[in-house]
Ligand binder design. Structure first.
Ligand SMILES: [Zn+2]
Length: 255
């Protein structure tokens, strides 16, 4: 065990209300290397990250144009099997154990892959800032429809999906240019104020405003541990940096 890990484990041992912020690196061990990544361009072929370029449709383009709706739904449909097949890994599971011990205040995630929920993280504890692949949302009545049902229909007619009210459906994962749910952000920043330790795992902490959540905890005087393979935008603010795979290091830190 490294000296940095020993120091980090000491901080964890002293904390009682821990906020864990998670990003795409946490799901890498579950086979989702691009999960939750909302860069302006992505590489996908039939649900797998590859060299072919997919430029995501923006929220405004999606709302304005049937052609863009169809393009975006086709892309999601091709990626869906990868998300359906993904299973939680040891990092998701250790958070569930930690929650059962009563020491986890909240899991705030950038990931849209549903793996925290699938592992058993409680709904009171989980804040999915970038939405979830589980549902589509109606642009008119705001009802949520299970994605399985939406894709079943899409596979039959190949038409941009509609709600039972006749309104257009939008996938619940956050789109480029779409604002985060204000209610989720408020809850996440409240957790940043209330925690006594913040850990960011598997995020380069460059997507905003979600990445401001762990930074707000640090600004409020809470110790800040960062786990990531590679540099992050918050490295200068961190008390301890554990460089490596979050899927391995988070279980080592919390077990
Ligand atoms: Zn509707």
């Amino acid at each position: 065990m490294t000296e940095e890990m020993k120091k980090a484990r000491k901080l964890v041992a002293e904390a009682r209300k821990i906020l864990v912020f998670t990003g795409p690196g946490l799901s890498a061990a579950s086979g989702l290397p691009c999960s939750g990544d909302i860069r302006p361009s992505k590489s996908y072929v039939q649900g797998n990250c590859s060299s072919a370029l997919y430029v995501p449709v923006s929220y405004q383009q999606f709302v304005d144009s049937t052609r863009h709706k169809l393009e975006h739904w086709k892309f999601l449909y091709s990626s869906y099997p990868l998300y359906k097949a993904a299973r939680p890994n040891a990092a998701h599971e250790v958070l569930v154990s930690f929650e059962k011990k009563g020491r986890l205040l909240a899991v705030v995630t950038q990931n849209e892959d549903n793996l925290h929920r699938l592992a058993g993280t409680g709904t009171d504890c989980l804040i999915e800032l970038h939405g979830t692949w589980l549902y589509a949302e109606c642009l008119d009545c705001f009802d949520w429809i299970p994605m399985d049902e939406v894709f079943e229909n899409f596979a039959k007619d190949g038409f941009p999906p509609l709600c039972h009210c006749g309104g257009w459906l939008k996938p619940a994962p956050l789109m480029k240019g779409e604002e985060l749910e204000r209610e989720f952000l408020i809850k996440a920043f409240k957790a940043a104020r209330d925690c006594d330790l913040v850990i960011s795992a598997g995020s380069s902490l460059r997507a905003e405003p979600s990445s401001s959540v762990p930074l707000a905890a640090k600004a409020a005087g809470k110790p800040y541990i960062i786990i990531n393979a590679g540099t992050t935008a918050h490295d200068r603010a961190a008390d301890i940096i554990l460089n490596g795979d979050a899927g391995q290091l988070l279980p080592e830190l919390l077990s």
